[in-house]
Write a new protein. Structure first.
Length: 388
C-alpha cells in the first residue's frame, strides 16, 4: 500500500440529527462515492465511528483534494498517517508529520490529541506532552506554541491511531440530497449562483432554470449561464439546467404594459414559468438570488407582486445580505469572475428608466392578466433545452 494515501473526513452537523442521523450519514457516503468515482475506480471509502476514510492512489491527491474542497457536509479533512495504537508508533508518526510541516516552512505547532478508545495507556494530556517533546527533540526548527501555532499535529486514537497535520476546513452544511430539491432561477449575475450554493449547503439538491431572450441577448450570455451552472453544480452533486427562450413573453410585456411595470411583470412571468417547470420536475420550492432593496424590483412591495401568482414557496437565501458579502461568497465558490463578464441578461434589455418602486399586487395582477401570457409561457417551456 506504499503508493496509497488515506484522507480522514469529519462530518459537519450530523451529531444534531437524532433519528435521521443514519440516513444523513448514508447520503454523505454516497455523495463522496459519486464525487470520487469520477477520479479513480480504485478509491475505497469507509465510514466508522463518526469518521469517513478515503484510501486512494497517492498520485490522485490533487484531484481528490479539489473534490473534497467542494464537498458539502464535512467540517474538515486531512491526509492522515495510520499506525497501531502503540505509544512508540504514535510518537514516530508525530515526528514524521513534524518533518513534513517543517519542510513547508512552519516554525510553530502544537499537538491536539483525542481518544475515543479510553484503554490507551496515556491520557490525552500526557499524549500531547510526550508527542510535543518527541517532535521538538527530533526537529530543532520547530517550537511549541500553544496559543497561536502555525499548524496543529492531531492525534486520534480510535480503532487505529491517526496522526495528521494541515487540516483543511470543509464547507460544512448538510449533505446534498437530504432536503428535497429546489429550482434555482439562475441569471448570469453574481447573486443567483450564491443563492443556489447556500441552499445546497442546507442539503437541498438543485436544478436550475435560465431565461434568455435570444436573439436580443447573445449566445455568450447563454454560455455564461451554462458555465455558472457548471461551477454551482460542482458543489451540488450536479445540476440540470433548463434553458428557456423567453423572447416572445418579454416582447408581449414590452408592447402591452406601462413601461414602469415591465421588470416586475417579467419577474412575475418568470416565477409562473418556473413554478410550472418545478412541478413537472418535482422541485419543492423556487430559489432566487433576490436581496431586499438591492434594485427597484426587489423592494418588499415588488417582491410581493413577483410571487403573488404562485403557490410554491419562494426561498431567497440572500434576502438580508449586502452586495459585498454576496461578492465575497461568489469569489469563494469561483463564480464571480464569470458573472462579471459583460453579457446582457434578458432583464436588462427592456428595463425601464423609472420603474415602479412600491407596486401593488392587485394592480400588478390586473396588468399581468391583461397580457394573456399563458400560451406564450407554455410554448416557451415546451421548447426547453436541457444541459447536465
Ligand atoms: P445581479 O444582481 O448580480 O445582476 P442577479 O442574478 O441577482 O444578478 P437580478 O437582476 O438581481 O440578477 O435578479 C434577481 C433574481 O431573479 C436573480 O437572482 C435570479 O434568481 C432571478 N433572475 C433574474 N434574471 C434571470 C434570468 N434571466 N433567468 C433566471 N432567473 C433570473
Ligand atoms: Mg441581484
Amino acid at each position: 500500500m506504499n503508493n496509497f494515501s488515506t484522507w480522514l473526513l469529519k462530518p459537519a452537523e450530523l451529531t444534531l440529527k437524532g433519528d435521521n442521523k443514519k440516513s444523513f450519514e448514508g447520503t454523505l457516503k454516497s455523495n463522496i462515492q459519486r464525487l470520487l468515482a469520477k477520479i479513480d475506480s480504485h478509491i475505497k471509502i469507509r465510514f466508522t465511528s463518526g469518521r469517513y476514510y478515503i484510501q486512494a492512489p497517492q498520485e490522485k491527491s490533487e484531484l481528490i483534494e479539489d473534490a473534497l474542497s467542494r464537498l458539502i457536509g464535512i467540517s474538515g479533512w486531512a491526509k492522515t498517517l495510520i499506525c497501531e495504537k502503540i505509544k512508540e508508533d504514535v510518537l514516530a508518526a508525530c515526528v514524521e508529520e513534524g518533518k513534513k510541516i517543517a519542510r513547508q516552512g512552519i516554525k510553530t505547532f502544537k499537538i491536539d490529541a483525542r481518544r475515543t478508545d479510553k484503554s490507551f495507556p496515556l491520557s490525552s494530556y500526557e499524549l500531547c506532552c510526550e508527542a510535543g517533546n518527541a517532535v521538538t527533540n527530533a526537529i530543532c526548527d520547530l517550537k511549541v506554541d500553544i496559543h497561536n501555532p502555525q499548524d496543529i499535529i492531531r492525534i486520534e486514537i480510535r480503532e487505529k491511531a491517526f496522526v495528521y497535520s494541515g487540516e483543511h476546513k470543509g464547507l460544512g452544511g448538510l449533505p446534498v440530497g437530504t432536503a428535497g430539491k429546489g429550482l434555482l432561477l439562475l441569471s448570469g449575475g453574481i447573486d443567483s449562483p450564491v443563492a443556489g450554493f447556500l441552499m445546497a449547503c442546507r442539503g437541498m439538491s438543485i436544478d436550475a432554470i435560465h431565461f434568455h431572450a435570444y436573439p436580443y441577448t447573445s449566445q455568450e450570455a447563454k454560455q455564461k449561464a451554462i458555465q455558472i451552472a457548471g461551477i454551482t453544480g460542482s458543489y451540488c452533486m450536479g445540476i440540470h439546467l433548463y434553458i428557456i427562450n423567453f423572447t416572445k413573453v418579454q416582447m408581449r410585456i414590452k408592447e402591452r404594459s406601462p413601461q414602469a411595470w415591465t421588470t416586475v411583470l417579467l419577474r412575475m412571468a418568470m416565477m409562473e414559468a418556473a413554478e410550472k417547470a418545478a412541478n413537472k420536475i418535482k422541485c419543492k420550492c423556487l430559489i432566487t438570488g433576490e436581496s431586499l432593496s438591492q434594485v427597484a424590483s426587489q423592494t418588499i412591495e415588488n417582491l410581493s407582486c413577483t410571487q403573488s401568482r404562485i403557490k410554491l414557496p419562494v426561498i431567497r437565501p440572500l434576502i438580508g445580505f449586502d452586495k459585498q458579502s454576496i461578492i465575497k461568497e461568489a469569489q469563494r465558490i469561483g463564480t464571480y469572475d464569470i458573472s462579471i463578464q459583460p453579457f446582457d441578461d434578458c432583464c436588462m434589455l427592456f428595463s425601464p428608466q423609472h420603474p415602479v418602486l412600491h407596486g401593488n399586487p392587485q394592480e400588478a395582477n390586473k396588468l399581468y392578466e391583461a397580457l394573456d401570457l399563458e400560451e406564450l409561457i407554455n410554448e416557451a417551456l415546451g421548447e426547453y433545452e436541457m444541459v447536465k
